[in-house]
Design a protein around this ligand. Structure first.
Ligand code: FE2
Length: 311
């Protein structure tokens, strides 16, 4: 595909990009790289250590129902069938930035974003391909990096909440940066009234401010989307301040400011650097699964999987 990925960027979108919730249109859902045949081939060749397979319950506050599994001896087409018929979520981490077939699309997207948004200079960017069941959901969470989503197949209901308290629970973000927990944070279903809610269809592009919590419920069809995690100077600075606040809290102090401006923030940045001393927090992480694999994808089961016998 040599045409531009994004098709309707304008002055309004440019001014909202990364500051608010903004949507645009893209054309990757029409690319031959996103036919089921192409995705089945990708499922077969993508490195297993970069492939996460999960299932989950129906209750949006039952975070513990999210669990990891694996699929052995299934073809890519069989795996797509199991996702279409079951309750599964597959993340092909870094497929967009590592796979030779998808990398040109990813590079084209970011070259275009830089062209369309003067001053936008990602330090690094990673792109995964998510393939999920018609009734799958992703629980309330916030991501460490700036995030973009390009929806390719099916329909998803996407809810984005404001990036500050009470919706954003800072101790959870600090814990995440200190690698103590997964992205889960306190969630009250009443907050749905405060969310920007949208149904994503093939060709939808959406971006939101750094650390804005969000949750996703699939509405219909086999769902495929591209999620991009982008590290920028702004995300590094903000995460350094939160990381330093978390470190101070762990030393019994009570940090109050989360400002990324001024002398105090610069001192925190230095403190955070010292604390980490070589610890890498910026890159893409293995998202969410809390446990060892507890199920095996199974085409014969209604849910698309069967539980592993306990060892
Ligand atoms: Fe996310």
């Amino acid at each position: 595909m040599t045409e531009p990925v994004l098709i309707d960027w304008n002055e309004d979108k440019r001014s909202e990009f990364r500051k608010g919730v903004m949507t645009a249109r893209h054309r990757l859902h029409m690319a031959r790289e996103f036919t089921e045949e192409a995705l089945a081939a990708l499922l077969e060749r993508h490195p297993r250590e970069l492939t996460d397979i999960c299932t989950m319950g129906d209750d949006p506050s039952d975070f513990d129902s999210w669990r990891a599994g694996s699929a052995h001896n299934l073809s890519g087409m069989q795996l797509l069938e199991a996702v279409r018929e079951g309750k599964l979520w597959i993340n092909l981490r870094e497929a967009m930035n590592r796979d030779a077939v998808y990398k040109p699309l990813f590079e084209g997207l970011f070259a275009q974003l830089r062209r369309l948004n003067p001053g936008y200079r990602p330090i690094s960017a990673y792109g995964g391909i998510l393939i999920s069941s018609p009734k799958a959901q992703v629980f309330y969470h916030a991501d460490v990096s700036e995030t973009l989503l390009l929806h390719v197949k099916g329909v998803k209901r996407f809810r984005i909440y404001p990036p500050h308290a009470p919706w954003l629970h800072e101790p959870s973000m600090e814990g995440l940066l200190h690698k103590e927990k997964t992205e889960d944070m306190p969630f009250d279903p009443a907050w749905d009234a405060d969310a920007a809610t949208m149904d994503l269809t093939p060709g939808s592009f959406v971006s939101w401010p750094l650390h804005a919590p969000h949750r996703v419920e699939n509405v219909e069809g086999l769902n495929v989307s591209i999620t991009c995690e982008v590290v920028t100077k702004a995300s590094l600075m903000r995460n350094a301040v939160l990381h330093a606040n978390g470190a101070m809290r762990r030393m019994g102090l009570k940090p109050r400011s989360t400002s990324t401006q001024g002398v105090q923030a610069l001192a925190k940045l230095a403190f955070s650097k010292a604390w980490k001393a070589g610890m890498k927090i910026a890159g893409p992480r293995k998202p969410m699964p809390k446990s060892e694999d507890t199920f095996e994808v199974d085409l014969g089961a209604d849910t698309g999987y069967r539980d592993r016998a306990a060892a």
